[in-house]
Design a protein around this ligand. Structure first.
Ligand code: HEC
Length: 315
């Protein structure tokens, strides 16, 4: 019975492919196709040489143009920061939270004299660098204008967890007036807002030097090879022992710069640790699922991929 069924199937197949199929499989037609050959190896020797020369000339010309372009690009004179081995730069590395805590201390005691961080509230520090009780004490140190009260008067009160970091100047004009006309940018997202991120900020903070011979810097500006234009309106803000760390870490210049950069990285990317943890979970899930799905796919397709369709012309 099985044989009879397969015979019937073959007959149906034969019906379907007869006509068009027969002319397509005609050997004389197949031979005709092979004469149209577009590959490089089939070209004559002269054509090969001509094509190769054309290729070489094009590549050489493009290279030359690029080199000439680079040599006249005078706008890129500043020093590019090296890439430093941050403890948080690995694929699976979290931020160093002790460093974030010290960095907050640096921001509070040094940078906040000129720079605002208007997108950060005290509550953001809870569970990151400080405990809730510690942050409450920190917040209470500042005075916040609130109101109006029942009589329509504004009043000041101690800060709360929900208050944002206080700003050093009431408006950008006041900030410029106090800094020789230069505006200290908000530091909330500064490591994302500058090429090089924390490498750049670290290099900037530690990179002040005497201007090279023949270079003079205007009054009120400072020479810094990492700053675009080399003359920055920020006086060197940190030096050895600029502050005393509450955890006893020696406050060398590079330590202070590293800590404040780690803090600024956290400020710009508070989801940093969460993001990497999710990534790890995703990779672990995918490591199980992808082989499984691949096996399923092979299994389901094996019938289709291993079948053989034969055409037997009718006798
Ligand atoms: C005395 C005021 C003052 C202090 C303190 C200060 N800065 Fe600045 N900062 C400035 C001014 C002014 C500018 C703008 C400079 C300019 O545009 O020429 C600036 C610019 C910057 C920039 C931006 C540079 C750029 O590429 O545009 C960064 C980053 C920076 N400061 C970080 C810090 C950090 C971190 C601290 C604390 C360790 C700090 N600053 C302390 C005044 C200050």
């Amino acid at each position: 019975a099985a044989e009879a069924a397969s015979c019937r199937k073959m007959a149906a197949l034969r019906l379907a492919v007869s006509g068009a199929g027969r002319t397509f499989l005609n050997p004389s037609n197949v031979a005709g196709v092979s004469q149209v050959n577009m590959s490089f190896s089939a070209l004559s020797r002269g054509k090969k040489a001509a094509l190769s020369t054309l290729g070489l000339l094009t590549a050489g010309g493009a290279g030359l143009a690029l080199m000439l372009h680079q040599s006249v690009k005078a706008s890129e004179l500043e020093l590019h920061p090296p890439s430093y081995p941050w403890s948080h730069s690995g694929m699976l590395s979290s931020l160093d939270h002790a460093s974030v805590r010290r960095g907050y201390q640096v921001y509070k005691q040094v940078c906040s004299a000129c720079h605002s961080m208007e997108y950060l509230a005290f509550r953001n520090l809870v569970g990151v660098s400080h405990t809730e009780a510690e942050v409450k004490t920190l917040a209470e140190e500042i005075e916040v204008v609130d109101g109006p009260d029942e009589s329509g008067e504004m009043f000041t009160r101690p800060g709360k967890l929900s208050d944002y970091f206080p700003k050093p100047y009431p408006n950008p004009e006041a900030a410029r007036a106090a800094n020789n006309g230069a505006l200290p940018p908000d530091l909330s997202y500064i490591v994302n807002a500058r090429h090089g991120g924390e490498d750049y900020v670290f290099s900037l903070l530690t990179g002040y030097s005497e201007p090279p011979a023949g270079v003079s810097v205007r009054e009120g500006l400072y020479y810094n090879p990492y700053f675009p234009g080399q003359a920055i309106g920020m006086a060197p803000p940190i030096y050895n022992e600029v502050l005393e760390y509450e955890d006893g870490t020696p406050a060398t210049m590079s330590q202070v710069a590293k800590d404040v950069c780690t803090f600024l990285r956290w400020a710009a990317e508070p989801e940093h640790d969460q993001r990497k943890r999710m990534g790890l979970k995703l990779l672990m899930g995918a490591a199980i699922l992808i082989p499984l799905v691949y096996y399923m796919k092979r299994h389901k397709w094996s019938v289709l991929k291993s079948r053989k369709i034969a055409y037997r012309p009718p006798k």
